[in-house]
Design a protein around this ligand. Structure first.
Ligand code: NDP
Length: 476
């Protein structure tokens, strides 16, 4: 089995205890990698190394152009190593290789390129004052950023945090999810090869509660926590951060609503709605898991949507032709299976799909589920969608907003006024009109309510990973 160690202070190391854990390939259901199991000791070493690299090392003192050059070199190495990185995520969590190779790895490289350029090119404010003074702003790095990531888009989400933190001159300790450790170690190896100084990017593997994750969030030596994961974990991390008054950025769960109006381009709406719920087997915070279709087109939409779902190819995620892999782990499969098995009990009907072999769940379409049913309220995080008819615009806005989550929403309509009107009324961090998952990395990304606290992306990441400072000078 391949071995993946921690990367601390410029070296790949085992745990002091020698303990390891296995990463299981969800398709074969066999371990494929052995991983160092870290705890408080490894976290302390990593934070100490990151602190030293920040306080005494060259990283925060390099020009932005020089840091940018090194981050672009890292992006080049990521692209050159695409196959290895893609296979690591695919074996760790069952994501189809076409997705990890074609989307996740390129986006990881783009994260570094974008934030390297953004840090170099974004202007700060100059504020001429009437009083004969002049004020301007500086955005200085804060120190050590702790990054804690989930397993659904391992490399893509880890780099979404690491790239802005590094570009703005901070050092980082990353704790990847226990189910997806491999690509993080490969990334840290590449960062050293690219010439990032020791201690600038550290990776510690381990579990969350009572283990490396908890130790990292409670460590007094960190200055920021950026976390993506479940809302319940976000609450625990928020409480840990409060002890040291460390700012947190929380990107949490979602229950994405998707409204198809009768005037929509139906083919376009069907295509995007399929992608919105079945990409990555629905293990997507942004998944369009509540689909509302206006009554005049409900039957036609459902027929075309069902045909699309039934045409999806389930299979070995290492095969280029596979659309849908297994769920990421046995624990997660059991959770999603629980939802599939309770559809009737909650008042709904499995219109299409259901359980597959192994840890597979087929693209599952549920109709007739009341708004009070768990499947309409809770994040299932699997390939399960409820489809519900609606009549009026006000009605669907109320349904869409009727959740404690507020990460994203989609709407499909050819009526421009309606598109703007409804977008404004939706309680969500992102609204996609006639599309899904299209990102501009300058845009704010984050959620309302239980979907998160704060925004990342472009200048929003700058606000989080720097200390803005006002400098006021007398001119005359
Ligand atoms: P979890 O919250 O279970 O875990 C996320 C990370 O936190 C893992 O690395 C985990 O370690 C760690 N962790 C768990 N408990 C603690 C703790 N007490 N202290 C410190 N770290 C801890 O989320 P999942 O990995 O299950 O990811 C799925 C969730 O992520 C879904 O709710 C999804 O919606 C959300 N998500 C949100 C996104 C967004 O941008 N809003 C994007 C992608 C996903 P370990 O793996 O060892 O448990």
């Amino acid at each position: 089995m391949e071995f993946f160690g921690h990367v601390i202070d410029g070296a790949e190391v085992k745990s002091a205890s020698g303990e390891t854990f296995a990463s299981v390939d969800p398709y074969t259901r066999e371990p494929w990698a052995e991983v160092a199991l870290g705890g408080a000791g490894e976290v302390d070493r990593a934070v100490t190394a990151a602190r030293r690299a920040f306080d005494e090392g060259p990283w925060p003192r390099l020009s932005r152009a020089e840091r940018g050059r090194l981050l672009h070199r890292l992006a080049d190495l990521i692209v050159a190593d695409t196959d290895r990185l893609a296979l690591a995520d695919t074996r760790d969590m069952g994501k189809p290789i076409a997705q990890s190779r074609g989307k996740d790895v390129p986006r990881a490289a783009d994260n570094f390129r974008f934030f390297a350029d953004h840090a170099r090119l974004t202007p700060a404010e100059a504020l001429p004052m009437d009083s004969g003074h002049h004020a301007y702003t500086r955005y200085d790095p804060v120190g050590v950023a702790a990054a804690i990531a989930p397993w659904n888009f391992p490399l893509m989400l880890e780099t979404w945090k690491i790239a802005p933190a590094l570009a703005w001159g901070n050092t980082v300790v990353l704790k990847p999810a226990e189910d997806t450790p491999a690509s993080a170690t490969i990334l840290a190896r590449l960062a050293l090869e690219a010439g990032l100084p020791p201690g600038v990017l550290n990776v510690v593997h381990g579990y969350g509660p009572g283990s490396a994750g908890q130790a990292l969030t409670e460590h007094p030596g960190i200055d920021r926590i950026t976390f993506t994961g479940e809302s319940a974990t976000g609450r625990v991390i928020s409480a840990a951060a409060a002890k040291h008054l460390v700012p947190v950025s929380l990107e949490l769960g979602g229950k994405g609503a998707n409204a198809v109006f009768a005037d929509a381009d139906l083919g376009n709406a069907v295509d995007w709605s399929l992608k919105a719920i079945f990409t990555n087997a629905g293990q997507v915070c942004l998944a369009g898991s509540r689909l509302y279709v206006q009554r005049p087109v409900f039957e036609e939409f459902l027929a075309r949507f069902t045909a699309g779902a039934e045409a999806m190819r389930l299979g070995d995620p290492k095969q280029e032709s596979t659309d849908l892999g297994p769920l990421a782990s046995e624990t997660h499969y059991r959770k999603v299976r629980g939802y599939v098995e309770t559809v009737a009990g909650e008042g709904g009907t499995v219109h299409s799909g259901g359980l597959g072999d192994g840890w597979f769940v087929r693209p599952t379409i549920v109709t007739g589920m009341p708004a009070t049913g768990r499947h309409q309220r809770e994040e299932i995080f699997g390939p399960v969608v409820t489809v519900t008819p609606f009549d009026a615009e006000d009605e669907v806005v109320a349904l869409m907003n009727g959740t404690r989550y507020g990460l994203n929403a989609m709407l499909f309509t050819e009526n421009l006024s309606r598109a703007h009107r409804v977008s404004a009324r939706l309680r969500a961090g992102t609204v996609w009109v006639n599309c899904f998952f299209i990102r501009d990395l300058r845009a704010p990304f984050g959620g309302v309510g239980d979907s998160g606290v704060g925004r990342e992306g472009g200048t929003f990441s700058r606000e989080f990973f720097t200390e803005p400072k006002a400098v006021v000078m007398q001119i005359s």
